[in-house]
Design a protein around this ligand. Structure first.
Ligand code: NAD
Ligand code: UDX
Length: 483
């Protein structure tokens, strides 16, 4: 039996960092090294200001760092010493060449695999932690084994299901851990070795072992199903607005069916984040490559509805404000793609802000966890570019004047014509809306893209309120959004 003493994870990002910190906490006898080519990221992991904001993460890192958890840029040393190498590098959507705008870009993955092959001197288990297209393991095996010097590499697929904002909780108490491997004796032994790591804290009946392709595909499937629920409820939200139904009531009634379940049925301005769109595009591409256009089109629709929802929101804002927002100050409350994270990758706020900027609005943006530099960069970036260079993107000089970033919801809303809530931060529920109203231009509008405000209370103050999928104010009925 292989005695596991050392784990190395390539990629110290949103997945690699928290996942390895939890493994280190739960397996004190295992030494865990998290490595990355980004010097600034590793420096931050070794400081008091961790590179990502995630509730509970600081505590876990503080308990293990320097004991059995290390962050380093010495990628080759730690890889060569490890028994298990997790690969958790980014796998963005390709922006150029074959499959551009759809296929996964495996450049980072391939270079990590080649490096593993080059520096290894002992047998290793290589674990796909990144979300990858089904059949990637086969390509990785080829890279590793072609370079092999008699070394045995076992490839496992161990996709990660954590959600940002609840990463630590999800890692402590996962619904399941999925491990896929080869159906050979060597493959089965590798599965057991990884299962033993997770079995330190995960009940064995929640550790699912499958073949490689099932594990790889299950990750894409799970994200597609989750995103589909959101697009389904968002599609209903448009119909609710047209008919006077209330999407919260519909979600509640539908979700009471135990076959459907109540979770993940919140209507919103659209889903964001680094995973859903990327993984569905990837799934669509794989279906097309396998000659399954009907299946590809089915999943494509999930993204189309998401884009429609964002456009619909912008159109609603502009049409209700007399068909123009040119020169009007609009407050944007929340920029992160969901609450309890500072992550802005694919956040719907980018599309909504760009839509409003296209109509010449002046934006004043506040998010408790996202800084000005990040916001300006996001608004200057082309679609899909966000995950490519690890470091800074250029800023467009024109965007700076039209966009102000402030550190307080009251400053953001002062003298504004409208307020858009784009992230469901808890603090937006308890703002002093009377004070906000008093300091706004009239008529004062609130567009709630997350259904966090109490509409009746706000209407009593005097606001014109739009909440996704809720019965419309007379004002909004009189000013229909043009498609
Ligand atoms: P990330 O961009 O935060 O982190 C990836 C890190 O890998 C970066 O710090 C980058 O510098 C580093 N890297 C790239 N190439 C490298 C190399 N050759 N050697 C060393 N380091 C290298 O990405 P993430 O959000 O952690 O996602 C990683 C993977 O996990 C993706 O495939 C993603 O789809 C998947 N995933 C993400 C989430 C999530 O919530 N973010 C959840 C589940 C799965
Ligand atoms: C997702 C998956 O949940 C996770 O299992 C996977 O590992 C990575 O991708 P994440 O993107 O971090 O996680 O967050 P998630 O909570 O899934 O939210 C994604 C987006 O959907 C957010 O923009 C969120 O606001 C939105 N959402 C979520 C809704 O609009 N309505 C809902 O009911 C739930």
């Amino acid at each position: 039996i292989l005695k596991m003493v050392k784990i190395c994870c390539i990629g110290a990002g949103y997945v690699g960092g928290p996942t390895m910190a939890v493994i280190a906490l739960k397996c004190p006898e295992i030494e865990v090294a998290v490595v990355d080519i980004s010097v600034s990221r590793i420096t931050a992991w070794n400081s008091d200001a961790l590179p990502i904001y995630e509730p509970g993460l600081d505590e876990v890192v503080k308990k293990c760092r320097g004991k059995n958890l290390f962050f380093s840029t010495d990628v080759e040393k730690h890889v060569s010493e490890a028994d298990i190498v997790f690969v958790s590098v980014n796998t963005p959507t390709k922006t150029q060449g074959l499959g551009a705008g759809k296929a996964a870009d495996l450049t980072y993955w391939e270079s990590a695999a080649r490096m593993i092959a080059d520096v290894s001197k002992s047998n290793k288990i290589v674990v796909e932690k990144s979300t990858v297209p089904v059949k990637t393991a086969e390509a990785i095996e080829k890279i590793l084994n072609h370079n092999s010097k008699g070394i045995d590499f076992q490839i496992l697929s161990n996709p990660e299901f954590l959600a940002e904002g609840t990463a630590i909780q999800d890692l402590f108490n996962p619904d399941r851990v999925l491990i896929g491997g080869r159906e050979t004796p060597g493959g089965q032994k590798a599965i057991e070795a990884l299962r033993d790591v997770y079995a330190h804290w995960v009940p064995v009946d929640r550790i699912i072992c499958t073949n490689l392709w099932s594990a790889e595909l299950s990750k894409l499937a799970a994200n597609a199903f989750l995103a589909q629920r959101i697009s389904s409820v968002n599609a209903m939200s448009a119909l609710c607005e047209a008919t006077g139904a209330d999407v919260s009531q519909v979600s509640h009634a539908v979700g009471k069916d135990t076959r459907i379940g109540p979770k993940f049925l919140n209507s919103s301005v659209g889903f964001g984040g680094s995973c859903f769109q990327k993984d569905i595009l990837n799934l669509v591409y794989i279906c097309e490559c396998n000659g399954l256009p009907e299946v590809a089109n089915y999943w494509k629709q999930v993204i189309k509805i998401n884009d429609y929802q964002k456009t619909r929101f912008v159109n609603r804002i502009v049409s209700s404000m007399f068909n123009t927002v040119s020169g009007k100050k609009i407050a944007i409350l929340g920029f992160a793609f969901k609450k309890d994270t500072g992550d802005t990758r694919e956040t719907p706020a980018i599309d909504v802000c760009k839509g409003l900027l296209g109509d010449k609005a002046l934006l004043s943006i506040y998010d408790p966890q996202v800084n000005e530099e990040q916001i300006q960069r996001d608004l200057a970036m082309n679609k899909f570019d966000w995950d490519h260079p690890v470091h800074l993107q250029p800023m467009s000089p024109t965007s700076i004047k039209q966009v102000n970033v402030v550190w307080d919801a009251y400053a953001a809303t002062k003298d504004a014509h409208g307020v858009c809530i784009l992230t469901e931060w808890d603090e937006f529920k308890t703002l002093d809306y009377q004070r906000i109203y008093d300091n706004m231009r009239k008529p004062a509008f609130i567009f709630d893209g997350r259904n966090v405000v109490d509409e009746a209370k706000l209407r009593a103050i005097g606001f014109i309120v739009y909440s996704i999928g809720k019965p419309l104010d007379q004002w909004l009925k009189d000013m229909p959004a043009v498609a």
